[in-house]
Design a binder for this molecule. Structure first.
Ligand code: ADP
Ligand code: MG
Length: 234
């Protein structure tokens, strides 16, 4: 599903040059659940953004679903993302002017689904995320845990084969964090490939594999288990 070769990202500002990623090689197979760990500033978000086709690498190759996309222009990346990739941001990234229903519906509008189908799909995913009763609320009227559930609903509504999550439990209390992890595991069990950045050893323990980054490089890869764990504690 994913294969990078010497993926490099250099950020250049007026007089500073930061090598955020330095020749990163990672591959993720269909159906895998991979966790990415490493200290703050080591390049985790930069890597996830490139894997999610939100940004381009400066150098190197990126094969997504057997297509070389490293040199894709923004328009091509957007087209490739649609329906294929769901992205969960640490800070939720909901649109303040839209209510819960409209935030979640947005990807389906972009995908040109008809009104009736959209309504059915939005209602289904809101039920699943246990947030239907807040359908007409705006993001600022929701708790952090509720906002994250809405953000996840938006990320999964088009049933993407790849789900990327940047510290999805980072802004949540432990109970909400556990619920999010449980949901990610369910999605993975149902076939969604997941790459998740996390600071939490516990969250990472649910992944098949942990990739450790340090200073823009992959330093170690641990295979946790051949199959994802499904039992949650606490
Ligand atoms: P992490 O997610 O692991 O905390 P990031 O991927 O956000 O790390 O950042 C990696 C490095 O790249 C940091 O040194 C950060 O300051 C730098 N960086 C990230 N995004 C930008 C940007 N848009 N412009 C300049 N530097 C950036
Ligand atoms: Mg980050």
């Amino acid at each position: 599903m994913i294969k990078t070769e010497n993926l490099t990202k250099i950020f250049r500002t007026e007089d500073v040059e930061t090598t955020a990623l330095d020749k990163v090689n990672i591959s993720v197979r269909d159906g895998e659940f991979v966790a990415i760990m490493g200290p703050s500033g080591c390049g985790k978000s930069t890597l996830l953004n490139i894997l999610g086709l939100l940004d381009n690498p400066s150098e190197g190759n990126y094969e997504f679903n057997s297509t070389e996309v490293a040199k894709y222009k923004e328009k091509q990346r957007t087209r490739m993302r649609k329906g294929n990739i769901g992205f969960i941001f640490q800070s939720f990234n909901l649109i303040d002017q839209l209510n819960v229903y409209e935030n979640v519906e947005l990807p389906l509008v972009y995908l040109k689904y008809g009104t009736k189908k959209r309504k059915q799909m939005v209602r289904e995913v809101l039920e699943r995320m246990n947030i239907s009763h807040r359908m007409n609320h705006f993001p600022q009227q929701l708790s952090g845990g509720q906002q994250q559930r809405v953000a996840i609903a938006r990320a999964i509504i088009s049933n993407p084969g790849l789900l990327l999550a940047d510290e999805p439990t980072g802004n949540l209390d432990s109970q909400n964090g556990q619920e999010v992890m449980k949901l990610l595991l369910e999605l993975n069990k149902a076939g969604t490939t997941i790459v998740m950045v996390t600071h939490s050893q516990r969250d990472a323990s649910y992944a098949h594999r942990v990739v450790n980054l340090f200073d823009g490089r992959v330093v170690t890869e641990q295979v946790k288990s051949a199959m994802p764990k499904v039992v949650m504690e606490g």
